[in-house]
Design a protein around this ligand. Structure first.
Ligand SMILES: [Ca+2]
Ligand SMILES: [Ca+2]
Ligand SMILES: [Ca+2]
Length: 430
């Protein structure tokens, strides 16, 4: 398994529901990422609780540079499903077993290229019926007599306990060229509604990298998408990150989308309804801070309304007397009963290590310690004395996020993930 982990960008943790009457799970685990992953800018950490009759614990590992058995594909990338009960079992999930798609015009001619496509760079899962989406944002489609190379990206959705796999590549259209959707790199981010009914896919390269978000109803296949904006929005990367939540109160899951170069480079996040009506924009406060590089959703103050956590990993404390820079900052925005996020009332968490990039990765942990307030993890991939990265666990409370993390995890993991879950190897309580 070490080969897999060496190529892994990030990890999804699945852990089973508590049986009725059983004791709350202790908080002695951390979402820990492999060493390699912590030095990669696409690092993401996600923890997901899976409900089902089969309470087996397993882990999904996205390995975007893995060599697969697909014919005529070099380093296509894969998602591995790893058992935690017996730590050595790790098998690729068979999302796509085929090589490049043959063309209609002759032997040896293909319609696309799956080599180096980074399948597994994005992996998301929904809760109760267990959909999993995995994306290859560097997937290339050939358009116009197969002469043009278009990095449109693609995603695959696993349904029915990994027995059905459907492809979704929203930018593989006739809208070729980087001035349209040819370079959209769909799947740079993705978000699944917890009920499994809706999928959001971020495509930050559309229209001179203005970026775009897609919303697909997985029951009816109805698709919504954002449109091209004025040229002033070029290079702002809408869709770089995304997370699903309920922001209108109607039980149809909505989405918050990162735009880390938006708002004249202070960064912003855009809150959309499920059908992509713009509900609110929330902006960063410092140019170049990359506000919106990461987002996650958690009800941090336990009032039943989803709150939005946003990372600005390049934030620099300009008043620091210690010559620090790029410590990173994380913001928690609370939804009020009018479904508004008041920027004045947001909480701020700061990284402490120069170049630590606190907030590069965020993950909702649901209510991991069962106190009624949802919790989240913050990745700082270059923090720590050795610069090898730290993951922080923050707990919610009635007053919002607690100021101090409850646990920190140094960069850890030797692939024996059961030890991480069971004992929190490398983790310490503060
Ligand atoms: Ca809604
Ligand atoms: Ca809340
Ligand atoms: Ca909690």
């Amino acid at each position: 398994m070490s080969g897999i982990v060496a190529n892994a960008f990030w990890v999804v943790y699945f852990f089973p529901p508590l049986a009725m009457g059983s004791k709350p799970r202790e908080t002695g685990w951390c979402p820990v990422t492999p060493k390699y992953q912590l030095t990669n800018r696409f690092q993401r950490i996600v923890c997901i609780r899976v409900y089902g009759y089969d309470c087996s614990i397993w882990l999904l590992v996205g390995a975007p540079k893995a060599q697969t058995s697909q014919p005529n594909v070099t380093a296509g990338g894969a998602v591995y499903r790893c058992g935690l009960e017996s730590t050595t079992i790790c098998a690729p999930v068979p999302f796509d077993l085929t090589g490049p798609t043959p063309s209609d015009i002759g032997r040896g001619q293909y319609k696309d290229d799956k080599s180096h496509q980074w399948f597994g760079a994005t992996v998301e899962a929904s809760g109760e019926n267990g959909l999993v989406v995995a994306c290859a944002p560097r997937y290339v489609s050939f358009s116009i007599n197969y002469q043009r190379r278009e990095p449109v990206g693609t995603c695959w959705i696993a349904k029915n306990s990994f027995s059905t796999f459907d492809e979704y590549s929203p930018c593989r259209t006739s809208q070729w060229g980087f001035h349209r959707q040819g370079y959209c790199q769909a799947g740079m981010s993705a978000a699944l509604a917890q009920d499994g009914k809706r999928l959001f896919v971020g495509a930050p390269g559309s229209w001179y990298w203005q970026g775009q978000i897609y919303s697909k109803d997985l029951i009816t296949n109805d698709e919504r998408k954002t449109r091209e904006s004025p040229a002033s929005e070029d290079d702002s990367f809408l869709g770089y990150s995304s997370a699903a939540g309920e922001f209108t109160g109607d039980k149809s899951m909505d989405v918050v989308v990162g735009m880390p170069r938006g708002n004249n480079l202070t960064g912003k996040v855009v809150v959309y309804s499920s059908l992509l009506r713009n509900l609110q924009n929330i902006t960063g406060e410092q140019m170049g801070s990359y506000f919106g590089h990461s987002v996650c959703v958690a009800d941090v103050n336990g009032d039943g309304l989803d709150d939005i956590v946003v990372g600005a990993p390049l934030f620099t404390d300009l008043l620091s007397k210690e010559s620090k820079y790029e410590e990173g900052r994380v913001y928690v925005h609370y939804q009020d009963n009018k479904h508004y996020f008041d920027p004045e009332g947001r909480s701020v968490l700061d990284g402490t290590y120069t170049k630590g990039r606190f907030g590069l990765a965020l993950a909702s942990l649901k209510d991991m310690n069962r106190d009624g307030y949802e919790d989240f993890a913050v990745g700082a991939p270059y923090a720590g004395k050795d610069g090898k990265g730290i993951i922080y666990i923050y707990h919610g409370s009635a007053d919002g996020v607690r100021d101090k993390p409850s646990q920190t995890c140094d960069q850890v993991i030797k692939a024996t993930t059961n030890r991480v879950l069971a004992g929190g190897m490398g983790c310490s309580r503060l």
